[in-house]
Each structure stands twice: as structure tokens, then as C-alpha cells.
Design a protein around this ligand. Structure first.
Ligand SMILES: [Zn+2]
Length: 256
């Protein structure tokens, strides 16, 4: 009972109105499930089997796992620079992702798709289906392959990232999205994974030179399920497009 009371004191539900309450809170997290608790991780985490309502989907773009060499001459020096120079353009190329909220997480960018109405998760099979759907949405960007799906936690605006000491800031206001919009995007990612990811990251169906081998005279052409590098790599899987951005050590975790 005592623990419950203390837990109530240390957590709040996330709304736009109480953002100022999170100012200076070190290491706080915001849950995307149930009543969207905000507070220390141990007070707001929800186990997958206790997920009853899904409010948002997060794609975690952690600069620490990005390969600075992937950005040609100019590797981003801060999460804000990363957003302005790269992530904003990626999001704008997708009819779904351009509706996402973007936060500077202190380590990188949290891309957040807020659901309106939220999605009730009634059964274990609902939770399993939505966890799988979220993981597909997450692979549309070079996100952390080890990140959780359904149980992702973001950081509340105004709080302090305990690792970087940077304040969590709103970089772009989002618009709510519907379940149907998420499912449509998931279906595109299943039927044309290479073309969808390539369009988001490159904005076109061709890149010269190929971003994977980077050899002079090569061209990467996006087809629905694979790419073709003329001149060097040959047939390319969608995962390779994402791994171009990630340090090799971490990219090994992605399911091939
Ligand atoms: Zn190539």
C-alpha cells in the first residue's frame, strides 16, 4: 500500500498542460501505454502483458549507434543538428511519418506517432500483433535494432537526459494518426520494403554512387522488395540500406 501511494506521488499522466512539471527531472521517462505515466523508469514501465491501451509508437534514432562516416563530410554534432540536416527530411518524405512528433531525446531523436483514438489491446494476440506492427514501422528508419516495440518509453519534454545532461526538447509538433494510417504504412513496408525505406532515406528511386559500396560509377536502383547495385553489390536487401547508417557492432542485431 505504501509503495502504491509513493508510486502515485512520483508519477503523473502525460498531457500538454503539465509539461512544465517535468522541467529539470533527471532521467524521467514517459510511457506510451495505458495511462501514459511520467516519472522514474521503475515507476512508469509497463510489462508487455499488462499493456491495455496503446497511445503512441516510438522510433528511437540514437546518435550513439550511428556511424559518423555515414553522413559523408558532415556528421551531426548534436541531436538538433541531426534533426535539421537529416531526420526532418526523412520524415517529410512519408505521408505517415510527416505527422510524427519529434523530440530531442538528449541522445538523438525520438520520433513519436500519437494515436487518436488510442488502440485498445484486449487480448494477448492483440498485444502480439501490435508489437509486430510497431517493429515493422520502426524498420522504416535506421533505428536501434535492439529497441523494444510495444513497451518503448520516451522521455518527457523538459526533463534532463541523465547520460548526456541535455534537456529533452520538442523539435516538431506532431498530428494525431489513426490505426488505419498505421496499418496502411505497415502494409507498404511488407509489400515494398526496399522501395518504401529508400524513398524515405533518399527521396528517389536511384542513387549514384550506391550508398552501400560507394564505388564510382555505381547506381543503386530501388525495386519493391530489393535494390540492385549496378556495378558492384548486385542484389541488396532493405536491411543493408539501414545498416549504412549504423555502426557495424550494433547493426549485427538486426534480423536479416
Ligand atoms: Zn553498391
Amino acid at each position: 500500500m505504501v509503495i502504491t501511494e509513493r508510486s502515485k506521488m512520483k508519477t503523473e499522466s502525460a498531457t500538454n498542460d503539465n509539461r512544465c512539471l517535468h522541467l529539470g527531472k533527471v532521467g524521467w521517462r514517459e510511457c506510451l501505454l495505458n495511462d501514459r505515466r511520467v516519472g522514474p523508469t521503475e515507476h512508469v514501465s509497463v510489462a508487455a502483458e499488462q499493456a491495455g491501451m496503446l497511445h503512441g509508437i516510438m522510433i528511437d534514432l540514437d546518435l550513439n549507434i550511428f556511424d559518423p562516416g555515414a553522413f559523408n563530410a558532415k556528421a551531426p554534432q548534436s541531436p538538433t543538428e541531426f534533426f535539421d540536416d537529416h531526420v526532418a527530411r526523412w520524415l517529410d518524405r512519408s505521408t505517415l511519418l510527416r505527422k510524427a512528433e519529434a523530440r530531442c531525446s538528449g541522445n538523438g531523436i525520438h520520433v513519436l506517432l500519437w494515436l487518436d483514438p488510442p488502440i485498445p489491446l484486449i487480448s494477448a494476440s492483440d498485444r502480439k500483433l501490435w508489437d509486430a506492427c510497431i517493429r515493422i514501422v520502426q524498420t522504416s528508419l535506421p533505428s536501434d535494432p535492439d529497441a523494444p516495440g510495444l513497451t518503448s518509453l520516451t522521455r518527457p519534454i523538459g526533463s534532463i537526459n541523465e547520460k548526456s545532461n541535455l534537456e529533452v526538447k520538442l523539435l516538431r509538433e506532431g498530428q494525431p494518426v489513426t490505426q488505419d494510417e498505421i496499418i496502411t504504412f505497415r502494409n507498404e513496408m511488407i509489400s515494398a520494403p526496399f522501395k518504401t525505406v529508400h524513398r524515405i532515406l533518399a527521396g528517389d528511386e536511384h542513387q549514384s554512387p550506391c550508398p552501400i559500396c560507394r564505388k564510382d560509377g555505381t547506381t543503386l536502383t530501388a525495386m519493391d522488395r530489393t535494390g540492385m547495385c549496378y556495378g558492384s553489390c548486385g542484389k541488396v536487401k532493405p536491411e543493408r540500406l539501414l545498416d549504412v547508417f549504423l555502426r557495424p557492432r550494433r547493426s549485427e542485431g538486426r534480423t536479416k
